[in-house]
Structure formats: C-alpha cells, structure tokens
Design a protein around this ligand. Sequence first.
Ligand code: ADP
Ligand code: TRP
Length: 326
Amino acid sequence: MRVLSGVQPSGALHIGNYLAAIKQWIPLQEKHECLFFIVDLHAVTVPYKPQDLRQNVWNAALDYLALGLDPAKSTIFIQSHVHQHAELAWLLETITPLGELERMTQFKEKSKHRQKANVGLGLFAYPALMAADILLYKTELMPVGEDQLQHVELARTLARKFNHLFGRTFPEPKSQVAKIGARIMSLADPTKKMSKSLGPAHFLAIFEPEEDIRQKIKSAVTDSGKEIVYDVKKKPAISNLLTIYSLCADKPISEIEKQYQGKGYAGFKSDLAEVVIETFRPFRRKREELLQNITEVRNILSRGAETARSIAEKTMKEVKEKMGLL
Ligand code: ADP
Ligand code: TRP
C-alpha cells in the first residue's frame, strides 16, 4: 500500500504533530511504501518571513529524521522540490467545486480575523493542493490528525470526479487517525487545537529546551476543582494533560487517574513534564548527531525528491493524456 503524509514548516513541530501524526508514521514504514514530505507550498498560504521558512523547513527535516523516519525505508522530501505538486493542483482546481472549498473549517479559521483583501487565493485553494499531493502518488493511506479529515474527504471526492470525467486513474485514498490523541489541545486554551500558529504558550515544541517544557507545563491552564479525572466536558484542560501523559508514558488513562487519586494538580504537572522530557530524550540525542552531519541530511532530501519526481512524472503523463493535454 502507498502511504503519504506531511507537516507544514510553519514553526517548530509540536507534540500534537508527533502524538497524532508522526508517531503513527514510524511503524507504517515497516510494511508499506511510504512517502513523507515537508509541505512548504502549504506554509506560504499565510503571511510569513522567507528567512523563517527556510529555517523551519530545515528544522522539520531534522525533526523527521530524529523522530525515526528512516530514509532507507521511506522517501523523505520537500514538497516544492517536486514541481508536479503545483502542476497537478492547477489541473484539479479546474474540477474543484467552490462550495466545497467554502465549507472548509481550516479556511474559515485562518481567514476569519483578516480582511478579504488580505486573504490569498492560495489559502482558499489549499485543500486542492493537498488533494494534488495525495493523488500525485496515487496514495492509498494518509495517517493524519483529526483536523485534516475534511481535506482528505475532498481528495476522495476529486479522485472520484476525475475518474468519472476522464477515466479511471486514481484510487480513493483513505485516512488513518490515531484512536487516542487525534486532537491534542492547546496548553493555554484547551478549547483550541494545539497549533504552531497560536503562539508559544499554546504548544510544546518537541525539541524545545527541557527547562521551557517544565515551565510551560507548570503554567498550563487547569480546570476548577482538584480531582485528576478524564472528563472532556467538565475538565477539558486536565483531560488534555491526561491524554498527553497517557500517550507519552504508554499507560492507560484510567491507570494514571488511579495513580493521582487524592493528589493535587501541581505534582501531576511536574511529573507530566518529566514524562514528556523522558519520551523525547532519545530523539534529542539523535537530532544532535544529525546536526553534525548536515551533508548527509541534504543528500537524503535530494535522493527523496528524485524518487518522488520519478513517480510524479508518470502520474502527470497519464493525467495530461487523459485530460487531452498530451
Ligand atoms: P499545525 O496545525 O500545528 O500547523 P499541521 O497543520 O502542519 O500543524 O499538521 C501536521 C499534522 O499534525 C497533521 O496530520 C495534523 O492533523 C496533525 N496535527 C496538528 N495539530 C494537531 C493537534 N493539535 N492534535 C492532533 N493532531 C494535530
Ligand atoms: N494540510 C496538512 C496539514 O496541515 C498537511 C498536508 C499537506 C498533508 N498535504 C498532505 C497531509 C497530504 C497528508 C497528505 O496538516
């Protein structure tokens, strides 16, 4: 089966990206043909600084490798290095219904605080580019967080529509969502999804200094009352911290609730910080090693782009023939 997924290089990768997405990617490498990419063409759909983007792409590549993506098993590359993503996106945009794009939650969220004049067409068309990413490799499975399901659904719709209009070309891709932790919430506001774009108090970056992780967890908002129990409605903040604890310590939530029965929030939070730090410590070491070997990382990305391009070229030839462009 062909598997594809990616993360936007719009800031440091956070534990939501890891626990919901990247952690699921690692075992898939053993059994399937996997492609993992850094979606820089998606990151330019909102205002950004070129020097930050360059740094974030590079950091994301180091993070991918440090977290266990293995170039011997998977194809690892940067989206903009394979120009066919943009080319197929344009062709798919010609069959993308406007109404579907207007319904997208991510578009509504990202555009709601900006005046129309400051919202680019790229942000609106983002889901069509994502569908192009997916269909370019005739992807069958995408391991993603819950927030991406609406976009995946559009990719399925466009695959069906293309096949119907121009003849069978694309398989209908399916998503794989983690059973627990598919939506990690912000530390500062548990009603919002943890995201790189909310600001530093909201997320825990995987590789931020250990002292900052302790500090951020210590300052994370909690709920009224004292009990450490999982109840998303009444205790959204504690439920989120319990989810993070459970995924990092690999312990069921019920066991953690028992462990902290009658104990206060402060002790629970300071233990959680140590659990998080411990979970990422081996990855931190690996990342430091990679930093000593930058040429090798560059080579991995350029080999990855070459492999991706060879698949992409074949798909584009077929697509153009079917659409009457060749
Ligand atoms: P962000 O929203 O932080 O910019 P991306 O949009 O790049 O992150 O998401 C990359 C992957 O991580 C996607 O599969 C997405 O579903 C997942 N993801 C992002 N934030 C969260 C979160 N808070 N909880 C669960 N999964 C998340
Ligand atoms: N839009 C996704 C996100 O923000 C990232 C992404 C782009 C992606 N193209 C993809 C994920 C293709 C899976 C498959 O998280």
